[in-house]
Each structure stands twice: as structure tokens, then as C-alpha cells.
Design a protein around this ligand. Structure first.
Ligand SMILES: *Cc1c(COP(=O)(O)O)cnc(C)c1O
Length: 825
């Protein structure tokens, strides 16, 4: 994120450090080493992370020419002769201090938004409403934390005349700091709910903490119908510009009329006639957020006509970036809702992260950013495309064709094509022009790029498994936080990552610094390597036919028998390799695979001074770690593994990684962590405990293909098993046992979630279709979604209905079900 430049010497002064003589400039504040793209002018903050401390990345960054670092006082900084180290008690506080300094270089109208829900939507909607009138800087995505806020603030530039930042807190004391950073002139409180209530004694405390954000504001805008909020705001002494149903509100909500796809809201200011706004949404949260936005605009004295026009055109806020399988092995990233520099930066980062070195194509429309002229805007777009190494650009629009086209030089590695309109692009479109590439489609709304996305997407069956990659990252971090410092983590991505898509999940866990991946077969490992995964991969089931693949793709086999050891060693010799890393599996009670305890000494003798094979780790697998009744057995397995590993280490004379814990062992027995843990099902969101709260990763969704009314006594599906007990309404959904929807779910055993309610399966499950009873669920239409599992109906619940375990349900979703991935990136 680029901001105004300061010299490093000036920043030392800002941090109240002794004067330094270095003379370089800083324009990027870097907190994540992976996001390095401007080494010469980056200042890196070594912040503590869930797994590794930021200090661990300094050698790598130094090698890449980063020279400015903010580090804890006690860090040994010898060995970096050309670097400048600013040593501070707390690098995070230093980041905040620098951001606060930057903030106060500008006296700019600043809207600060907090509340339990809706912060990001209100921020983005205010941006949509105001972008043609003001030059706005705003928080990227939902950057609202102690770390995200300073990074947002750093973006403020001289041309901005309005800032919109959100602030979120999770414990007492945090808001005061965010107040100093944001220093809002207009305070917006969206609402107050039970979300994020951890760490607060009461709702009053939570509210009063949130209101700390507004201690220096000129006004607070909020809903006065909530008594707690109204009295809390009164206590602050800051003027209250309120909305609510009561006449005393500054903006009175006279009436709300919800239609099929829009809501009409009638508003009235204290003196003035009522007027109506229409929003293209019908849910309560959107109505509340829209009223909040309208109130802000009225406070800012925008005229009603502008408000009415803007509200009608509000777009859904999709902070998540979606990517889908496209034609000819392409991957399509659909961001066809917005075109501005902040979101382009985020989208290009996401593209690079997914493409990992493969070809990147960007289809981009003209931008409409108010307050930046074309002579500033298009060079900035060009710089971003170059910085992220985009190879191919398709520019659509007049400005693309004139201004941007001129900037792209012969020497650039960008292959560029331009079209005046989307229509012209579509006329020239041919599917063979796109192959094996990652394509970002990003354009302003008026260009209608969804038509391009439709063309590029692969057409499939309308049952999809949606995978939330942010939830995967969340779950990984939740487990990383359970580990003692230094304990490594192997993410098990066998069986297509428990059905979720191996390469996509592996990319996320690699990005978030897992140490190892575990797969069942060599082929799975090969796929991961082809997808650009570079971290070590252990293969559980190895056979001689896979040895070439193992060594060609740098995979590490599980060695579980002498026979396998002998043949693999021979392969390594023949291949002219040495010290090849392998993992020794010990049999401790699962009786599946592994060396017997009695064989360990002989094995150790075989491995001592062996120049071909090197023991990378020694492990065993627990048979019943989730089962309280078997805890003694589990601990016995643990003891055996430790013993085997100690014998091996002693005889072969070097140490290696030892591991035994799977998901439930990580959660239930911290002492079983050893040097590494193997995380499987927990990564996919199964196994929450009060201490570790996991997020749902997968949602299996299908749609209703037909609805019919039947009379009492009629029957449904094969063998006439489903008999209507009353006149009924039946919906047919596009999923059957060939998709992995188990036949045991038939005849009322299973239920799917339709329009907010559970609908029981009626009759037997067919191969490709299933019928459900929706008699008592109002307003269901053909084409509506039916959720088979997800947050509302959990995989565990479905497994219980079937009489199996979540593992079987997840890995049983067939490959014809399209996987759709999304995340904030
Ligand atoms: C599948 C597997 C795991 C992961 O188990 P979860 O219970 O899903 O965490 C760990 N180790 C081995 C050897 C496995 O096969």
C-alpha cells in the first residue's frame, strides 16, 4: 500500500528514537513478507504471528534488498551491515504511531464506522453513494483491526477529501487506540449485537468501548430505537444525529414496505415532508444498513434526489473473491463489480497468489475514480499490472484504448489487446483464445462483464460444493494457536483434501505457513506439485510403480516395511540420489501399517550410516484419539512411538521429527504434539470445542428443478415408498446418490434446508434426483437453492442421519459436483 513518502530518519523521530543518519525513503509499510513488491522503499514490521515471529522473515527480506526494519528491542541485529533497524518495545505500537502521524498530516473529513455487524457493507455502500462526489480513501476489504486500521490509514493521500474507515475490536482497551488512529469527525454506529462479545462483561461495557471511537467526533449517527444505544450515546456528550421509528429521531423511519425484490422505505426529517427511498434488497440487515447510509448522507446535507438515485443503484457488497473452473483448463476470478485502484490491488494480489507462476490474464474496463485525473489513474493501473507480473491484458473501454494502450511499451512482457466496448469484445471472442491461464475479470458495473464471465465459465450440473477458503485459513490458524512454539504442522490433504479440492486447499495452507502436506497416493502429490505447491509432501501409500513419480516430483514416502525400504533404497541408488528424505511409520496399535516395535533395532541398524536414505521423521497413527474410553490405549500408543523413535535416534545417530497427533489428539492432548501434528478433518471445520472455534468450510448446494402438487394418498419415487399423508407440495432437487447423497437419507431420514426451513426427503433417493416435501414451507420457487449441508445443516448431522462419520460424507461427494471456491484472498 503506497502512501506519502517519509524519510527513514523522519520516522525514527516520529518513534522518538535517537536520530539516525540514513537518508532513504519509505512509502510501503510491510507486515507480511509475502506481500513484498517494493523492497527499496519498504519498512518491515516484525510482528508476532500465530506460528512464527516476524523476525524469522528478516534474513529472507534482507536478501531481497529490504533495508528498513522495525524490530523488538532485544533482537540481535548483527549480520545485516546495510540495514537500518528501528528498535522499539512493541513493533505493532510503532506501526500505529507512524500511521497516526500520517493521519494527522491531513485535516480531512473522516467517517469512522463501528458496530457488531454491517461495518463493511455500510463502508462500501457509502463509497458507492459518494464516489462521484468526493475523492474517497477507504479501508480495503474489512481491514478493521489493530493491524488493518493502520494499514488503511497509511493510504490517505493529498488528493483525498473524504476518508471512510471501519474499526473492530475484540477486547476492552482496543478502541482508544483505534480512535487515535482514525480520529473520525463523523461517527457511525451500525448496531450492537452479541457478536464479538468475548472479553466484555456486559453489553453496556461493549457499547461504551465502541463509543470510545467517537470521543472527538462532531457527531454520532446511530439508531435510537435501541434504548441501550440511545442512552449510551447521550452519556458521551457528543451530538447525536439519530434515525428511528420515533418522532424524536433526526431522521424518522415512517414506513417500510418489503416487496419481492425491493424495499421501499419512507423517511422524514424533523422539518420536512416524508420522502421515499427504494433499495434493491429485502432482507432486514440491508434495510438497516441502507437507512444508516441515508442518515449519513442527510447529515452531510446531500439532497434527496441524489440519495434516492444512489439508493436505487446500490450493489451487493461482495468482498469475497470467487474463482471458478473455466473453459480449457482456465481458472476464472470474477470481480466484475468494481473498478478502482484499491480493489484492483487486492484482486491482483489474489490472482498472483492463486496463479503461483502460471499465466495471468486480466480483463479490465475503464475506471471511474472521481478526483484522480487520467494522467494519474492510468499510470497507476499500469504500474500495478507490471508490479504483479500480469502477462496478458485485455482492455475494454475508450480510456483503455487511448490512455493505457500508450503506456504499454514494446519492452514490457504484457501482451495487450484493446476493445472499445464489451460488445465488441464479445463479437471477437473465441474460446480457443483462452487456455491454461488464470483470468481476472474486473470491470465497472456499466460494462456488464458478467456476460464475459458467463462465456468463460465451464457449464456444469447445478449442484455445487462451495468451499470457503477464508474458513480454511481461519481453521488452520486456530490450530496453529493451539501448538507450542516450534511445533510443526502437516495438513492432511489426502482424498482430494477430504473432498474439498487438494490444490486449492494446499495453496491456502502453504500460504499460511503450514510446514508439510500429507497425501495418500503419489499421484495426489504430483498434482500438487503441478499446481505450484513447493512445501514438503509426505505420501502415505507408496508402491514401487510410483517411485519415479516420488523422486521426479520431490515427494517423501512413508516407509512402513522392510520390503518397501529395500526396493525404495534400490531405486534411490539407481537414480544416483543420496540422503533421500523418508518417513518411518511405526505400528503402535492401529494395526494398519508400520514397522513392528520388535523390528525397530534391526531397522535402525539398516538405516545407520545409510547414505541413500535419510530419516526425516518417525510417526505413528492413533486408533481412537477421539474416544474418551480409549484414552489409556491412546497414551500407550504415544509411549510406544516415543520409545521406537528414541531407539532409532540413538542407533542412527541423528535426530528427526516425531509425530503422532491427528485432529482430535491436538484438541484433547496437548502433550501429544511432539515435534509436529497432522491436521486432517479439523482443517475442514469439523471438531469445534469451546476453546477452538472452527468455521464451516464446505456447503453442498443444489437447486429445485420442479415443484408439483400431489393429493393425499399419491406416492412419490421408486417403489412408491413416499406416500402423501395429506395434499402435499413436492420439490425435485438436482442431487442423487451418484452425487454422494446417500440412499439411506430417503423416506424422511434426511432433510435439506430450503428457504430457511428443513424439508424432509420424500420417497427413495434416485441416482440424480431427490424429492423433498415442502408442503409447510411458504414461497418456494423453482430454481431456488436447497442446501444439503453447510452451516444450517451440518455435515455431522447428515452423517448421523446416514449412520456414518463426517469423513465418509465429505469424501463421498462425487467429482461431477463442481467445486466453487471463494475467499477474501
Ligand atoms: C488421515 C490421517 C490423519 C488426519 O486425521 P484427522 O482425524 O482427519 O485429523 C493423520 N494421520 C494419518 C496417518 C492419516 O491417515
Amino acid at each position: 500500500m503506497a502512501g506519502q513518502k517519509y524519510s527513514i530518519a523522519q520516522l525514527a523521530v516520529v518513534l522518538r528514537l535517537p536520530a539516525i543518519t540514513a537518508d532513504g525513503n519509505v512509502d510501503t509499510l510491510l507486515t507480511d513478507s509475502r506481500k513484498l513488491n517494493n523492497p527499496a522503499a519498504s519498512l518491515f514490521f516484525a510482528l508476532p504471528g500465530p506460528q512464527r515471529d516476524g523476525q524469522a522473515f528478516i534474513p529472507e527480506l534482507y536478501k531481497k534488498d529490504v533495508r528498513y526494519f522495525v524490530v523488538p528491542e532485544d533482537m540481535d541485529t548483527s549480520g545485516y551491515p546495510d540495514a537500518v533497524f528501528l528498535k522499539v518495545p512493541e513493533p505493532l505500537h510503532a506501526l500505529q504511531t507512524i500511521a497516526a502521524f500520517h493521519r494527522h498530516q491531513f485535516s480531512i473529513d473522516t467517517i469512522g464506522i463501528t458496530g457488531s455487524n454491517g461495518k463493511t457493507v455500510v463502508k462500501e455502500w457509502l463509497y458507492q453513494l459518494l464516489q462521484s462526489y468526493r475523492n474517497i480513501v477507504r479501508s480495503p476489504k474489512s481491514y478493521n483491526s489493530q493491524l488493518g486500521v493502520p494499514l488503511s490509514i497509511w493510504q490517505i493521500a493529498a488528493e483525498n477529501d473524504l476518508a471512510i474507515f471501519e474499526a473492530g475490536i475484540s477486547k476492552p482497551g482496543e478502541m482508544v487506540r483505534l480512535q487515535r488512529l482514525i480520529d473520525p469527525t463523523i461517527g457511525v454506529l451500525t448496531n450492537i449485537g452479541s457478536a464479538h462479545s468475548e472479553g466484555f462483561v456486559s453489553d453496556e461495557e461493549k457499547l461504551s468501548e465502541k463509543l470510545d471511537l467517537f470521543s472527538h467526533a462532531k457527531v454520532i449517527i446511530a439508531n435510537r430505537d435501541n434504548k441501550l444505544i440511545a442512552s449510551g450515546i447521550k452519556k458521551t456528550g457528543v451530538p447525536f444525529f439519530s434515525w428511528g421509528t420515533d418522532e424524536s429521531a433526526s431522521v424518522q423511519v415512517v414506513e417500510i414496505n418489503t416487496g419481492n425484490d425491493a424495499t421501499i422505505i419512507s423517511l422524514k426529517e424533523k422539518e420536512g415532508a416524508p420522502f421515499e427511498i427504494t433499495i434493491p434488497f429485502t432482507d432486514n440487515a440491508s434495510v438497516e444498513n441502507a437507512i444508516t447510509c441515508a442518515t449519513v448522507l442527510l447529515y452531510m446535507k446531500f439532497d434527496r434526489e441524489m440519495i434516492v438515485r444512489g439508493m436505487k443503484a446500490l450493489q451487493p457488497v461482495n468482498m469475497r473473491m470467487e474463482f471458478k473452473q473455466g473453459i480449457n483448463n482456465c481458472t476464472i476470478i470474477n470481480d466484475s463489480y468494481s473498478a478502482d485502484l484499491t480493489s484492483l490491488d487486492i484482486a491482483l494480489q489474489f490472482l498472483g497468489q492463486q496463479a503461483k507462476g502460471r499465466k495471468q490474464t486480466v480483463i479490465l474496463s475503464d475506471f471511474f475514480e472521481n478526483g484522480i485525473n487520467d494522467q494519474q489513474l492510468y499510470p497507476a493501473i499500469y504500474a500495478l499490472l507490471k508490479r504483479y507480473g500480469v502477462q496478458r491484458l485485455i482492455g475494454i473501454g475508450e480510456k483503455m484504448q487511448t490512455v493505457l494502450a500508450v503506456l504499454i511499451r514494446q519492452t514490457d512482457a504484457i501482451d495487450a489487446t484493446f476493445y472499445l466496448t464489451t460488445k465488441e469484445f464479445l463479437q471477437h471472442y473465441h474460446s480457443t483464445q483462452y487456455r491454461d491461464e488464470y483470468i481476472l475479470v474486473k470491470g465497472a458495473r456499466r460494462f456488464g462483464f458478467e456476460r464475459i464471465v458467463t462465456l468463460l465459465e465451464q457449464k456444469v450440473h447445478e449442484t455445487v460444493l462451495e468451499i470457503n477458503l477464508d474458513a480454511v485459513a481461519h481453521n488452520l490458524k486456530a490450530f496453529q494457536q493451539q501448538l507450542r512454539p516450534g511445533v510443526k504442522l502437516m495438513a492432511m490433504v489426502k482424498a482430494f483434501a477430504y473432498g474439498s479440492g487438494a490444490a486449492e486447499i494446499a495453496s491456502v495452507v502453504q500460504f499460511h505457513k503450514a510446514d508439510y502436506l500429507g497425501v495418500a497416493y503419489a499421484d495426489e502429490g504430483v498434482e500438487l506439485r503441478k499446481a505450484g505447491i513447493t512445501i514438503p509432501i509426505m505420501v502415505l501409500n507408496v508402491e514401487a510403480s510410483a517411485f519415479d513419480a516420488i523422486t521426479d516430483y520431490n515427494l517423501e514416502p512413508d516407509i512402513f516395511s522392510f520390503e518397501l525400504l529395500n526396493s525404495f533404497e534400490q531405486h534411490i541408488k539407481n537414480a544416483g540420489l543420496k540422503n533421500y528424505p523418508v518417513h518411518i511409520e511405526v505400528e503402535t496399535g492401529m494395526n494398519r501399517s508400520g514397522f513392528a516395535m520388535e523390528a525397530i533395532v534391526v531397522l535402525a541398524d539398516r538405516l545407520a550410516r545409510n547414505e541413500f536414505i535419510r530419516v526425516q521423521s518417525c510417526f505413528s497413527h492413533l486408533a481412537a484419539s477421539e474416544d474418551r474410553v480409549e484414552d489409556t490405549f491412546t497414551l500407550h500408543q504415544f509411549t510406544l512411538l516415543k520409545k521406537a523413535a528414541a531407539t532409532l535416534e540413538q542407533i542412527i545417530g541423528y535426530s528427526f521429527i516425531k509425530h503422532i497427533a491427528n485432529t482430535s489428539a491436538i484438541l484433547r492432548f496437548p502433550e501429544l504434539q511432539l515435534d509436529m501434528v497432522r491436521l486432517g478433518i479439523g482443517l475442514y471445520g469439523i471438531g469445534s470445542t469451546p476453546a477452538v472455534s472452527l468455521q464451516t468450510v464446505a456447503t453442498l448446494k443444489t437447486t429445485i428443478s420442479q415443484i408439483k402438487r400431489i393429493q393425499k394418498g399419491e406416492t412419490v419415487s421408486y417403489n412408491r415408498r413416499g406416500i402423501a399423508k395429506e395434499d402435499s407440495v413436492i420439490a425435485t432437487i438436482r442431487i442423487g446418490y451418484a452425487d454422494g447423497y446417500n440412499r439411506r437419507l430417503g423416506n424422511g431420514t434426511g432433510k435439506v434446508f430450503v428457504n430457511g426451513q428443513l424439508a424432509p426427503v420424500m420417497g427413495t433417493v434416485c441416482m440424480d434426483m431427490t424429492m423433498i416435501d415442502i408442503t409447510h414451507i411458504p414461497e418456494v420457487r423453482e430454481g431456488d437453492d436447497a442446501i444439503v449441508f453447510g452451516a444450517a445443516v451440518t455435515v455431522q448431522q447428515l452423517a448421523e442421519w446416514v449412520g456414518t462419520i463426517p469423513y465418509e460424507i465429505m469424501t463421498g461427494i462425487s467429482q461431477r459436483v463442481k467445486r466453487v471456491y471463494y475467499g477474501e484472498g
